[in-house]
Design a binder for this molecule. Sequence first.
Ligand SMILES: C=CC1=C(C)c2cc3[nH]c(cc4nc(cc5[nH]c(cc1n2)c(C)c5CCC(=O)O)C(CCC(=O)O)=C4C)c(C)c3C=C
Ligand SMILES: [Fe+2]
Ligand SMILES: [Fe+2]
Length: 355
Amino acid sequence: MSDVKSIDAAQCPAHAPADHPKMMPAKVGVLLANLGTPDGTDYWSMRRYLGEFLSDKRVVDYSAWVWQPLLQLVILTKRPFTSGAAYRSIWNEDADESPLLTITKQQTAAMKDQLKAVYGEDVIVDFCMRYGNPSTEVKVKEMIAAGCQKILFFPLYPHYAGATSATANDQFFRVLMKEKWQPIARIVEPYFEDDAYIDALAQSIETAYAKADTKPDVLVCSYHGVPERYLREGDPYHCQCQKTTRLLKERLGWDDSQIITTFQSRFGPEKWLQPYTVEEVARLAEKGRTNIAVCAPAFSADCIETLEEINEEIKESFEHAGGEHFTYIPCLNDSPAHIDALSGIVRRNLQGWID
Ligand SMILES: C=CC1=C(C)c2cc3[nH]c(cc4nc(cc5[nH]c(cc1n2)c(C)c5CCC(=O)O)C(CCC(=O)O)=C4C)c(C)c3C=C
Ligand SMILES: [Fe+2]
Ligand SMILES: [Fe+2]
């Protein structure tokens, strides 16, 4: 059974008058964090979201003097329309929210169930977003108000990137900076080589291959890109992606001809990590590899970049170049193998705090 050490007002008789702040029984918080998503597909919802996201210097690191006029006067007058249309094509109309939000809620509910079975009521599980809602600030404050004296912060990105994991962590610590009584904090490490994560990916691929009418010639592992310069400046994201593909290849017992690494979602004029997925799938089709599968191991949940970019734009590029069969393999989302992997990572990281 779990045992969270606590202090309460009774242990502090000298300060027990009526105005003593209310002391909750001590809990441990597990806060899952993803990127964020717009509240709606209209121009202003899109502009608010993109404005916050693209003003983050961890994402676009140009000097504000150069970048902000371009962003505010050019990019944010056009992109909210084009991105809004892309989001509309994948929007979860029933819940009136983006798929990323729906799936993150499902993942959180499944994690809550698993961790409650182990730790009972002593662990509180919730999620937050780096941009938009529910914000990191609101969720951290809620956890503190609920008595979380320790918080495990878990950015749901298998691979570390300054533009994702680091900025999520920055935001978490920015919130803690304002607290009189700061909770003890831990950050979960990137899990790109975690056995259970690789196994969950492998299982999803084996299932998709077993269902396919004809076995794909090649599996394209398409990772979200970053500017190539970020790699030269020390960001390990590229190497961690390459390692995931290698481990996946070994786990599947395949050779180099059966699986490749590519990068997608290029933004702006700079050179990004290569090869670009959109070009590589066309090259594959031209070389006669007309039956391909594509998976997206860098995304813990399906989102605009997978459901729209891969399954619409990239598929179109492949078919335009003569490709015949395109299978998109969904992200791990709330699949039992994924939830087991994530829960295992959380349990390892809670050791010493709660047993
Ligand atoms: C402009 C630079 C961008 C960098 C660098 C970048 C890195 C990066 N992003 C993800 C994961 C996601 N990105 C998503 C959407 C998205 N990404 C960018 C730009 C950069 N990303 C934009 C402008 C957008 C919005 C959509 C659009 O207008 O094209 C999402 C999906 C959000 C959703 O609501 O569905 C995810 C997830 C990673 C992993 C990464 C670097 C490693
Ligand atoms: Fe992105
Ligand atoms: Fe590398």
